[in-house]
Design a protein around this ligand. Structure first.
Ligand code: NAG
Ligand code: NAG
Ligand code: NAG
Ligand code: NAG
Ligand code: NAG
Length: 267
């Protein structure tokens, strides 16, 4: 290759490969504050997210407590492991945990809940809308950070599927997972569990969950078929009948048509 070709190739790559903007907040020194004795990230966007979920308090206090605990349990696990903490985008984690149940919003004028979408999609879409509508997130949220948050919210309850997603997404989901009953996680100090539960009690979490999931099955049944919310409809909503709406039914219908056209059990 002639020198001039090499030189122009270098010149070209020099201009084309502009340094990518560092959007991710992994390892960034961000302001902090303390909530329930847990040190947490304190940016304007995180403050705005807290203000947003406080709107749940009058109608669904259990929901506000649930999302606050989810965030704080995750933060407590990070504070307990500096290596791990240095690998986490703490602002994205705060958004993904605080906003993960926007789809549970039972206010009649909810800006998040649709009739058509399952609650995880309402939540994920709502979180994106929230982030994009806040000027303090301008020039800081690229597609990657948005996807961490969207994926965590959309996949929050489909166990196994997020296993190969980004570590950021997995830690948002794992933080919500600390809410499940069972022995305390060794990743979180006992004193941190105690201070989080004292300020954000969990004593009506499952009453609230049952109430909200039954409400979903009753108010937007089409968005609950083929999801685990369907079982709340079957158990508690008079007239709810998933039969005919399930993927099972669609496949059985195809199967019957196929057999009618070409009888036999052969594959
Ligand atoms: C801390 O986090 C790092 C990185 O995720 C992990 O490799 C390590 O096992 C963790 N340490 C403990 C004690 O959990
Ligand atoms: C965000 O910026 C837009 C345009 O720059 C402005 O119209 C809007 O009022 C701002 N919103 C807030 C909450 O500051
Ligand atoms: C609430 O937290 C306590 C203390 O960690 C735990 O034992 C209990 O299982 C939790 N309750 C629910 C409903 O998750
Ligand atoms: C679950 O919620 C539904 C709807 O509010 C209610 O009818 C049902 O009694 C609840 N189940 C329990 C065990 O409280
Ligand atoms: C539910 O719907 C299916 C199909 O329409 C019907 O065969 C079944 O009897 C219904 N079940 C109940 C409990 O109403």
């Amino acid at each position: 290759m002639k020198f001039s070709v090499v030189a122009s190739a270098l010149a070209l790559s020099g201009t084309a490969v502009a340094r990518p903007k560092a959007y991710s907040h992994i390892g960034k020194k961000l302001p902090t504050t303390t909530i329930a004795n847990i040190e947490v990230v304190d940016t304007q966007l995180v403050r705005d997210a807290i203000t947003e979920v406080k709107k749940f308090i009058p109608l669904q206090p259990y929901l506000y407590n649930h999302v606050m605990r989810s965030w704080l349990f995750g933060a407590a696990a990070f504070n307990n492991n500096a290596t791990l903490k240095a690998q986490i985008d703490l602002e994205a984690h705060a958004l993904g945990t605080l906003l993960h149940d926007l789809g549970w919003d039972m206010r009649p004028d909810s800006p998040w809940v649709t009739k058509e979408q399952r609650f995880e999609v309402d939540g994920g879409a709502g979180a994106l809308q929230f982030i994009r509508s806040h000027n303090c997130s301008k020039n800081q949220w690229d597609e990657t950070r948005e996807q961490w948050v969207y994926d965590a919210i959309a996949l929050q309850a489909i166990s196994g599927i997020p296993d190969y997603k980004s570590m950021q997404t997995q830690w948002m989901i794992k933080s919500v997972g600390f809410e499940f009953p069972g022995p305390r996680s060794p990743l979180i100090k006992d004193a941190d569990y105690d201070s989080i539960l004292a300020e954000f009690p969990n004593d009506t979490l499952f009453r609230g969950t049952n109430y909200t999931f039954t409400w979903m099955a009753s108010t937007k049944p089409d968005a609950t078929y083929n999801t685990y919310i369907q079982d709340f409809g079957t158990a508690y909503v008079p007239g709810f009948n998933a039969t005919g709406h399930r993927l099972f039914d669609v496949i059985q219908g195809g199967l019957q048509a196929e057999i009618a056209a070409n009888p036999g059990t052969h594959l």
